[in-house]
Design a protein around this ligand. Structure first.
Ligand SMILES: [Zn+2]
Length: 240
């Protein structure tokens, strides 16, 4: 009888160990899609940032073209004024045409300054874009490595899981149905742990001392006992 109970609970402990391992592996696997999603969203953020810089660059190019067209307009007007200057009859006309030309030249010079500024800004934006593209390349390489690693890890964990599941099924066949039902019921009510070991007469499931008389009974291994506090199936192990 003694060996019988001991073997039975021993089997349950093995089952429990496997089930806990499986649950922890499953939690690990379940985290992977979230990790992959996070990596993708970081990549997307990066791409959006590059698009922003690109669109700023294209704005600058458009502004430059508009200044360029203004400069051409002013240039044409200046030439016209210069022609007019040649054919003026009076000093008053001459002064007025000269003033007009000076004004146009002033405007022209301002537009040219703006064009220079625009070119400088464009150079800056292009350098920033090149830097970001380079950074993105490195980052996406990193992401790909991480993704591969995650997928490889998932596959590895799935393999471990199916191996453990085979072990679990083997043990299930060896446990009497009544005991299995009891174990499952206790497990359900006790946070997933159905069997608790008792060490130094303390139940390791709930950390409470088992009454001495019960502990002595437990050591006899002649019947299945449950912890009076956490209701788990209890099993004594040696002190060391
Ligand atoms: Zn307990």
């Amino acid at each position: 009888m003694e060996g019988n109970i001991k073997d039975k609970v021993d089997m349950l402990l093995k089952l429990q160990e496997i089930e806990l391992k499986m649950a922890s592996i499953q939690t690990f696997i379940d985290g992977h899609p979230g990790q992959l999603k996070q990596l993708d969203s970081r990549l997307k953020e990066f791409e959006d940032n590059i698009s922003e810089v690109k669109s700023g660059l294209s704005d600058l190019q458009q502004i430059y073209r508009s200044h360029e067209s203004d400069a051409q307009t002013y240039q044409a007007q200046i030439e016209k004024s210069r022609e007019k200057l040649k054919s003026v009859k009076t000093n008053k006309e001459y002064q007025s045409s000269l003033k007009e030309m000076e004004e146009l030249e002033g405007l022209q010079s301002k537009v040219e300054d703006k064009m220079i500024q625009c070119l400088e800004d464009t150079d800056e934006a292009e350098a920033a874009l090149a830097g970001k593209k380079e950074e993105f390349k490195r980052f996406s390489q990193q992401v790909n490595v991480q993704k591969e690693e995650t997928l490889r890890e998932s596959a590895e964990k799935e393999a471990q899981l199916s191996e453990l599941d085979m072990e679990r099924k083997k043990i299930l066949q060896l446990v009497a149905p009544g005991l299995l039902n009891k174990y499952n019921a206790v497990k359900k009510n006790a946070g997933g742990i159905g069997v608790a070991v008792v060490k130094n007469s303390v139940c390791q499931g709930c950390n409470v001392n088992i009454p001495p008389q019960m502990f002595n009974e437990l050591l006899k291994f002649d019947k299945l006992l449950v912890c009076p506090f956490c209701q788990r199936i209890i099993y004594p192990i040696s002190n060391d």
